[in-house]
Design a binder for this molecule. Structure first.
Ligand code: WTA
Length: 654
């Protein structure tokens, strides 16, 4: 019976083999799998030498003697910013566009590698003039503007770990991250453009560094030209400082394991974890995966990752991976629906984007808005699409491929985490026949498995927990200031295995399907059901645009399935005409029963206008569970829009 409930996703048998033309030009090849399988460490040594420029070659590939804290490429020295800038300029590619910046109000500006190189050198001189030395932490709180990249690479150049805090976080969140990392300098802006108007950032910084603080200086970038409060002696205008600084900066060489950055991510407890990444292993895995998974050809592609620089995807796949390769990319400041719901597609057509990397939640939003928006633009420049951040429902995957990819482009569904640093599981687009909804395979060099409660590898066709069996170069080196929490969170559940916190399944062909966080797994009458599985079933119904499923406590069955759905606009009218949409709800419940089995039939389906999401786009099921269990709704401070919960409650009351 339990096995039956696994069927919906595991029955997904559509596959899409790469076209011979794509395969012929692809960077990723079958040989990579063979080489990595024959000698994993040797394989990584080859990648580190292939993708990075070393000042001193390394003498040891992996030192695991202090497990679970790994040391990769011991004895080697390098500078991450030199790898992202100087060497491209030296190789004669200084005139290549690094960033096609598109501001939300419509302003655009291109930056070549030579221009960014100069900016970064000036910024490094400014920071060192402010007393920043290797090892000091610098907090970065910025909108999606080119200066964010400059600031990060200037820190990397100085060996001063950056701690980027997402610009949508509150002053309190910023304060606690600054305090935990003991940052010496904050780099911010007066504001950025968000949904058609300037949105201030500086006041949050003023608030966050008021009172007792480790912060000595605040560098302020002028973006919106808004009024700002000024604290003489502490605050400095970025443009004035850069202009006055020397244009050249001689980089220092750092040990492979020199800290590169801290990035905070939420854990199961309230206190965010400062995930620590170091230089060489991280950079090598970012560059390698940009090359073989995103298939970036730096001389010809225009690449666009829609993530914000405040998340790990922005770190690894806007800054470090693509820039280590010397790629040309689009950087966009705003939201996909400002000033209209075709904005992304307009940018793709305009800049001739060829490789596009985004998140399932965005894809589902676009499905909701309708095909007419992408259809109005020429998307024929696209040759590869990527997805990251959560499981992608097979129907969203199919829509992405058909509507955005013109039924032509491979899709890489990439599984990884802030902690893993870079992509861990994904098809290789020129090699793997892709399957909608599955990240499928560990990338060459990565050793993943799905295990049962006891830590034993599960057979194909079964489910369990996703783990890594061997260390990998981009892995976190710890939680800032809390080694014990690092060991406890990731290494205590299974001896010698990295526990990712995700549930996963292997299908009959050995493909891995990530089902979501294990805390999102429900237990209904003793049967394990995945929220994702039921969400996928709902989204596969033609009238549903987006769905979130939670397990609500139920006296009879332990937990019961409660679904919140957003209807596609065509279906909304129908629901309105029916009053509460009763017939539609029955139709959807039956649909789920048909797709997965009667056990998965939601006890309740609530039609809503919006779902509560964090600023990184993750659905906050915890809040929906509160609604489903008719409890007082818990803490909503991490929601992108905290009024969403009021709307949902109001909608249910009427
Ligand atoms: C989820 C984002 C399914 C997963 C890079 C993971 C995914 C968490 C996928 C990490 C995917 C990410 N398929 N689930 N392709 N990618 N996840 O740290 O639950 O923001 O543990 O890193 O997102 O989120 P994080």
């Amino acid at each position: 019976m339990a096995e039956e409930t696994l069927s919906n996703l595991l029955q997904e048998e559509r596959t899409f083999a790469p076209s011979p033309e794509f395969a012929a030009q692809a960077n990723g090849t079958q040989e990579l799998y063979d080489q990595a399988a024959a000698d994993r460490e040797g394989f990584w040594a080859d990648q580190a030498r292939k993708y990075l420029t070393w000042d001193t070659d390394f003498t040891e590939v992996l030192d695991w003697s202090e497990a679970p804290v790994a040391k990769w490429f011991g004895g080697g020295t390098l500078n991450a910013s030199v790898n992202c800038l100087d060497r491209h300029v030296e190789a004669g590619n200084g005139d290549r566009v690094a960033l096609h910046f598109v501001g939300e109000p419509g302003d655009t500006k291109d930056f070549t590698y030579a221009e960014l190189h100069e900016q970064v050198q000036r910024a490094a001189n400014v920071l060192s003039g402010l007393g920043v030395v290797p090892g000091d932490r610098v907090a970065i709180y910025l909108p999606m503007i080119p200066e964010a990249v400059v600031a990060m690479l200037a820190c990397a150049r100085l060996g001063a770990p950056h701690s980027v805090v997402f610009g949508g976080f509150s002053a309190d969140a910023l304060r606690s991250r600054i305090a935990d990392g003991e940052a010496k300098v904050v780099i911010t802006a007066d504001g950025g453009y968000r949904r058609g108007k300037p949105s201030a950032l500086k006041p949050a910084v003023d608030d966050a560094v008021s009172g007792e603080t480790t912060v000595e200086h605040v560098l302020v970038i002028k973006r919106t030209d808004s009024e700002v409060d000024w604290h003489e002696g502490r605050d400095l205008w970025w443009h004035e400082q850069l202009e006055a600084a020397e244009p050249e900066h001689i980089p220092e060489s750092f040990d492979s394991e020199h800290p590169l950055f801290i990035l905070y991510t939420s854990g199961t407890t309230g206190k965010p974890k400062g995930i620590l990444h170091t230089t060489a292993g991280y950079l090598a895995q970012c560059a390698y995966t940009s090359h073989v998974v995103h298939d970036v050809h730096p001389e010809s592609d225009v690449y666009w990752c829609t993530a914000d620089i405040g998340w790990v995807t922005g770190h690894s796949y806007i800054v470090y991976g693509p820039m280590a390769l010397g790629a040309t990319q689009v950087m966009y400041e705003g939201t996909p629906d400002t000033p209209h719901q075709g904005r992304w597609w307009e940018i793709i057509a305009d800049k001739k984007v060829s490789v596009f990397y985004t998140a399932p939640t965005a894809i589902r939003a676009c499905m909701k808005w309708g095909e007419e928006f992408p259809n109005a633009h020429d998307l024929s420049s696209l040759r590869l699409l990527g997805s990251v951040g959560e499981p992608i429902n097979p129907e969203a995957w199919m829509w992405y491929r058909r509507v955005i990819g013109g039924d032509r482009t491979p899709i890489v569904d990439t599984w990884w985490q802030t902690e893993t640093g870079a992509i861990m599981a994904s098809p290789l687009p020129g090699v793997t026949a892709t399957r909608p909804g599955a990240c499928q395979l560990a990338v060459p060099g990565i050793d993943l498995d799905v295990v049962d409660e006891a830590g034993n590898s599960v057979p194909d066709g079964s489910g369990g927990y996703l783990v890594a069996r061997s260390p990998w170069p981009g892995m976190l080196r710890g939680i800032w200031g809390d080694l014990e929490r690092y060991k406890e969170t990731y290494w205590s559940r299974y001896k010698g295995l990295y526990f990712a916190g995700d549930g996963a399944k292997k299908d009959e062909d050995g493909n891995v399907w990530v089902l979501g966080r294990v805390d999102d797994v429900m237990n209904v009458s003793g049967h394990r059901l995945s929220t994702t599985e039921i969400e996928s079933a709902l989204v596969s119904h033609p009238k549903v645009a987006e769905a979130a499923v939670v397990g609500a406590t139920d006296a009879m069955t332990g937990q019961a399935v409660v679904a919140f759905v957003i209807l596609r606009s065509e279906a909304l009218h129908e629901a309105d005409e029916e009053g509460e949409g009763g017939e539609l709800v029955t139709e959807l419940r039956n649909h789920v029963a048909r797709e997965i089995g009667p056990i998965a039939k939601p006890r309740q389906i609530l039609v809503v206008a919006e779902l509560p999401k964090t600023r990184s786009g993750k659905i906050m099921r915890r809040l929906l569970r509160d609604v489903a269990e008719k409890r007082e709704v818990g803490d909503v401070t991490t929601l992108a829009d905290s009024s969403v919960m009021d709307l949902i409650k109001e909608g249910l009351a009427t």
